[in-house]
Unconditional design. Structure first.
Length: 185
Protein backbone atom coordinates (compact mmCIF):
# COMPACT_ATOMS: atom_id res chain seq x y z
CA UNK A 1 0.00 0.00 0.00
CA UNK A 2 2.64 2.51 1.01
CA UNK A 3 4.57 2.41 -2.24
CA UNK A 4 1.47 3.71 -4.03
CA UNK A 5 2.36 7.13 -2.51
CA UNK A 6 5.99 7.12 -3.65
CA UNK A 7 6.96 9.90 -6.00
CA UNK A 8 3.59 11.67 -5.79
CA UNK A 9 3.01 15.22 -4.65
CA UNK A 10 1.09 16.08 -1.49
CA UNK A 11 -1.79 17.12 -3.70
CA UNK A 12 -1.86 13.83 -5.61
CA UNK A 13 -1.82 11.61 -2.50
CA UNK A 14 -4.65 13.61 -0.90
CA UNK A 15 -6.92 14.69 -3.73
CA UNK A 16 -10.29 12.99 -4.14
CA UNK A 17 -10.09 10.71 -7.15
CA UNK A 18 -13.63 9.31 -7.12
CA UNK A 19 -17.07 10.86 -6.63
CA UNK A 20 -17.03 9.58 -3.02
CA UNK A 21 -13.66 11.20 -2.28
CA UNK A 22 -11.44 8.11 -2.26
CA UNK A 23 -7.79 9.13 -2.12
CA UNK A 24 -4.49 7.31 -1.71
CA UNK A 25 -3.39 8.68 1.67
CA UNK A 26 -6.91 8.24 3.02
CA UNK A 27 -6.83 4.54 2.15
CA UNK A 28 -3.73 4.09 4.30
CA UNK A 29 -5.25 6.10 7.13
CA UNK A 30 -8.41 3.98 6.90
CA UNK A 31 -6.46 0.72 7.00
CA UNK A 32 -4.66 1.97 10.11
CA UNK A 33 -8.00 2.29 11.87
CA UNK A 34 -9.17 -1.08 10.56
CA UNK A 35 -6.13 -2.96 11.84
CA UNK A 36 -5.97 -1.05 15.14
CA UNK A 37 -9.56 -1.93 15.95
CA UNK A 38 -9.87 -5.43 14.53
CA UNK A 39 -6.54 -6.72 15.88
CA UNK A 40 -6.63 -4.51 18.97
CA UNK A 41 -9.75 -3.73 20.96
CA UNK A 42 -11.72 -6.59 19.40
CA UNK A 43 -9.30 -9.01 21.07
CA UNK A 44 -8.95 -7.13 24.34
CA UNK A 45 -5.63 -5.67 23.19
CA UNK A 46 -6.41 -2.02 22.45
CA UNK A 47 -3.94 -0.05 20.38
CA UNK A 48 -2.10 2.07 22.97
CA UNK A 49 -2.58 5.39 21.17
CA UNK A 50 -5.82 7.35 20.99
CA UNK A 51 -7.12 7.47 17.42
CA UNK A 52 -9.65 10.31 17.36
CA UNK A 53 -11.21 9.17 14.08
CA UNK A 54 -12.91 6.37 16.01
CA UNK A 55 -14.53 8.66 18.59
CA UNK A 56 -18.33 8.82 18.66
CA UNK A 57 -18.26 12.53 17.77
CA UNK A 58 -15.78 12.12 14.89
CA UNK A 59 -16.87 13.04 11.41
CA UNK A 60 -18.26 9.91 9.68
CA UNK A 61 -15.44 9.86 7.12
CA UNK A 62 -12.63 11.13 9.35
CA UNK A 63 -10.61 7.95 8.74
CA UNK A 64 -10.78 8.33 4.96
CA UNK A 65 -8.74 11.48 4.40
CA UNK A 66 -5.82 13.39 5.84
CA UNK A 67 -6.31 16.86 7.24
CA UNK A 68 -3.99 19.71 6.35
CA UNK A 69 -2.19 19.20 9.65
CA UNK A 70 -1.67 15.44 9.26
CA UNK A 71 1.48 14.72 7.32
CA UNK A 72 2.06 11.85 4.97
CA UNK A 73 4.94 10.73 7.22
CA UNK A 74 2.67 10.73 10.28
CA UNK A 75 0.05 8.58 8.59
CA UNK A 76 2.59 6.13 7.17
CA UNK A 77 4.28 5.91 10.57
CA UNK A 78 0.91 5.25 12.23
CA UNK A 79 0.13 2.53 9.68
CA UNK A 80 3.45 0.87 10.44
CA UNK A 81 3.00 1.13 14.24
CA UNK A 82 -0.49 -0.33 13.94
CA UNK A 83 1.00 -3.12 11.82
CA UNK A 84 3.46 -3.97 14.60
CA UNK A 85 0.60 -4.02 17.11
CA UNK A 86 -1.53 -6.21 14.82
CA UNK A 87 1.41 -8.57 14.22
CA UNK A 88 1.85 -8.97 17.99
CA UNK A 89 -1.81 -9.95 18.35
CA UNK A 90 -1.50 -12.42 15.50
CA UNK A 91 1.73 -13.89 16.88
CA UNK A 92 0.54 -14.17 20.48
CA UNK A 93 -2.99 -15.56 20.00
CA UNK A 94 -4.17 -18.87 18.63
CA UNK A 95 -6.22 -18.84 15.45
CA UNK A 96 -9.27 -19.93 17.42
CA UNK A 97 -8.85 -17.16 20.02
CA UNK A 98 -12.22 -15.48 20.58
CA UNK A 99 -12.84 -11.84 19.86
CA UNK A 100 -15.80 -9.51 19.68
CA UNK A 101 -16.70 -6.86 17.09
CA UNK A 102 -19.35 -4.79 18.88
CA UNK A 103 -20.53 -2.99 15.74
CA UNK A 104 -21.30 -6.23 13.87
CA UNK A 105 -24.73 -7.83 14.20
CA UNK A 106 -23.19 -11.14 15.23
CA UNK A 107 -19.90 -9.85 16.55
CA UNK A 108 -18.42 -13.06 17.92
CA UNK A 109 -15.29 -13.88 15.92
CA UNK A 110 -12.08 -15.83 16.08
CA UNK A 111 -8.66 -14.55 15.16
CA UNK A 112 -8.83 -16.72 12.04
CA UNK A 113 -12.11 -15.09 11.01
CA UNK A 114 -10.62 -11.65 11.62
CA UNK A 115 -7.50 -12.43 9.61
CA UNK A 116 -9.65 -13.38 6.64
CA UNK A 117 -11.83 -10.29 7.07
CA UNK A 118 -8.90 -7.85 7.29
CA UNK A 119 -7.03 -9.55 4.46
CA UNK A 120 -10.13 -9.20 2.29
CA UNK A 121 -10.59 -5.54 3.21
CA UNK A 122 -6.91 -4.75 2.66
CA UNK A 123 -6.93 -6.47 -0.72
CA UNK A 124 -10.03 -4.54 -1.75
CA UNK A 125 -8.39 -1.24 -0.79
CA UNK A 126 -5.13 -2.26 -2.47
CA UNK A 127 -7.16 -2.70 -5.66
CA UNK A 128 -8.58 0.78 -5.17
CA UNK A 129 -5.04 2.11 -4.72
CA UNK A 130 -3.88 0.32 -7.88
CA UNK A 131 -6.58 1.95 -9.98
CA UNK A 132 -6.17 5.38 -8.38
CA UNK A 133 -2.39 5.39 -8.85
CA UNK A 134 -2.67 4.26 -12.47
CA UNK A 135 -5.09 7.13 -13.05
CA UNK A 136 -2.73 9.67 -11.47
CA UNK A 137 0.49 8.85 -13.30
CA UNK A 138 0.20 5.44 -14.97
CA UNK A 139 2.23 3.58 -12.32
CA UNK A 140 1.08 -0.02 -11.97
CA UNK A 141 2.16 -3.21 -10.27
CA UNK A 142 2.86 -4.78 -6.94
CA UNK A 143 6.04 -2.84 -6.26
CA UNK A 144 7.31 0.64 -7.10
CA UNK A 145 9.78 -0.51 -9.72
CA UNK A 146 8.27 -3.79 -10.85
CA UNK A 147 4.99 -3.79 -12.73
CA UNK A 148 3.29 -7.14 -13.06
CA UNK A 149 1.69 -6.06 -16.36
CA UNK A 150 3.10 -7.10 -19.74
CA UNK A 151 5.97 -4.86 -20.85
CA UNK A 152 4.54 -2.88 -23.78
CA UNK A 153 5.05 0.68 -24.92
CA UNK A 154 2.43 3.45 -24.72
CA UNK A 155 1.31 2.93 -28.32
CA UNK A 156 0.58 -0.76 -27.69
CA UNK A 157 -1.51 0.13 -24.62
CA UNK A 158 -3.40 2.85 -26.54
CA UNK A 159 -4.21 0.36 -29.31
CA UNK A 160 -5.22 -2.27 -26.77
CA UNK A 161 -7.53 0.18 -25.02
CA UNK A 162 -9.02 1.23 -28.36
CA UNK A 163 -9.65 -2.44 -29.19
CA UNK A 164 -11.48 -2.93 -25.87
CA UNK A 165 -13.55 0.20 -26.53
CA UNK A 166 -14.59 -1.17 -29.94
CA UNK A 167 -15.55 -4.52 -28.42
CA UNK A 168 -17.59 -2.79 -25.69
CA UNK A 169 -19.48 -0.68 -28.24
CA UNK A 170 -20.14 -3.70 -30.46
CA UNK A 171 -21.39 -5.76 -27.53
CA UNK A 172 -23.64 -2.90 -26.41
CA UNK A 173 -25.03 -2.58 -29.92
CA UNK A 174 -25.65 -6.33 -30.13
CA UNK A 175 -27.33 -6.27 -26.73
CA UNK A 176 -29.57 -3.38 -27.78
CA UNK A 177 -30.53 -5.26 -30.95
CA UNK A 178 -31.28 -8.46 -28.99
CA UNK A 179 -33.38 -6.51 -26.50
CA UNK A 180 -35.31 -4.91 -29.32
CA UNK A 181 -36.02 -8.32 -30.91
CA UNK A 182 -37.21 -9.70 -27.55
CA UNK A 183 -39.60 -6.81 -27.04
CA UNK A 184 -41.05 -7.31 -30.53
CA UNK A 185 -42.12 -10.86 -29.65
Amino acid sequence: MVWKLEGLSEYDVRRPLTPTGTNLLGLIKHLSIVEAQYFGACFGRPFPEHLPWWDDDAEPTADAWATEDETRAQIIDLYQRVGVHADATIDELDLDAPGRVPWWRNGDVTLHHMLVHVLTETNRHAGHADILREGVDGATGLFAHNSNLPDHDATWWENYRAQLEQVAKAAASNSDTLGQHRSER
